[in-house]
Design a protein. Structure first.
Length: 348
């Protein structure tokens, strides 16, 4: 697979690269990334041919948007695709009054959830101001899942479907944005949103990976039926599919349980048999599904970015995927990269 391969992002008709640059680390998630390092990474992604960039007000309390906009400011705006999110409103405040966790040395803004119509419009306009760019192409309603809101999730979801949805539908109908969607950590929330409203796209974090394919049962088939496309992040399940089943490996942001460690160990055995890096398999598996048009990865260094790009294009024999399915390590109906190549040959 090629990170720079162009794919049409659903009904919008917009072409995006199969690899997207995610900016959460540029918001100083957990650890600080310097200004020069942030600029260098974005420049390197651009020089590598990446033309899809994802950001959000949440990332560093606006810092990621500020940095991304600065780095892209003098690029031809028609040469790249930009996504951001709504659902949080930022307000300037003294640094001493802000709890930045889990961000380190972020921008001097407080954050508050706001899924109302007015709050969504404000969040969108504020993002344009921080980016200082003429438009945002795709906008996702951010974090209306149980992972974020717990037992209050139904209340926030309802508010978003009534408030944020109306605002984004207006922006789409007026041609201000090219597509609208939802960005969450749970495919079930995406599925419910798509049943209720006419969305174009979704950003799904960590719920369709080498370890998890439950979304194949209902959500992804509905996306195909409706012409809806996905940008998927979290393909390493927050770490274990990059590090392997090592001591302290993270799965969904916490130490991996025994059953996950055992399953990853079995996948690693197949990787060794076919001489395939586990992270390469994790990255390439995600974008083999016809509804998933791009994989979004955030990196802290140029070296990490370069490594991800290398993994994305690493040649993987079709027998590797067959072996995973034969050993019940991959859903039998899960599309794999060799299927993708077969479809392309049929089309041509």
């Amino acid at each position: 697979m090629k990170p720079t391969e162009k794919r049409t992002f659903g009904r919008s008709g917009v072409d995006v690269t199969a690899f997207a640059f995610g900016t959460a680390p540029l918001g100083n998630f957990l650890h600080e990334v310097g200004e020069d390092a942030a600029q260098t990474m974005i420049d390197h992604a651009w020089d590598s041919g990446i033309r899809l960039f994802d950001t959000a007000p949440m990332y560093g309390h606006g810092l990621a948007e500020l940095r991304l906009g600065h780095a892209l400011r003098w690029k031809n705006r028609d040469d790249y695709v930009l996504t951001s999110k709504v659902g949080r409103v930022l307000q300037p405040a003294p640094r001493s009054s802000i709890d930045f966790a889990p961000w380190s040395n972020a921008a001097a803004n407080t954050m508050a959830f706001d899924y109302s119509y007015d709050g969504t419009m404000r969040a969108f306009e504020d993002s344009l101001q921080r980016l200082a760019l003429e438009r945002i192409d795709f906008v996702f309603i951010h974090d209306i899942d149980r992972f974020t809101h717990g037992d209050a999730q139904p209340e926030h979801f309802k508010a978003a479907m009534n408030g944020s949805w109306r605002a984004l539908e207006k922006l789409r109908s007026e041609g201000v944005v090219k597509g609208i969607g939802v960005g969450v950590n749970e495919w079930q929330v995406c599925y419910e949103a798509l049943q209720q409203r006419d969305f174009d796209c979704f950003l799904l974090a960590g719920r369709y990976t080498l370890l998890e394919q439950d979304a194949l049962e209902s959500f992804l088939p509905l996306c195909e039926e409706r012409g809806v496309t996905l940008l998927v992040g979290g393909g390493f399940n927050s770490g274990i599919l990059a590090t392997g089943a090592v001591s302290g490996a993270k799965y969904n942001y916490t130490p991996a349980p025994a059953d996950i460690l055992e399953r990853v160990s079995r996948i690693e055995a197949v990787c060794r048999e076919y001489d395939v890096p586990l992270p390469a398999a994790a990255l390439q598996f995600v974008v083999a599904h016809p509804a998933i048009r791009a994989f979004c990865a955030g990196t802290r260094t140029v070296e990490q970015l370069e490594q991800n790009l290398d993994w994305f294009s690493f040649p993987i024999p079709s027998g590797f995927w067959s072996a995973l399915k034969q050993r019940s390590l991959l859903a039998e109906n899960a599309p794999v990269p060799s299927d993708l190549k077969a479809r392309e040959l049929e089309t041509n």
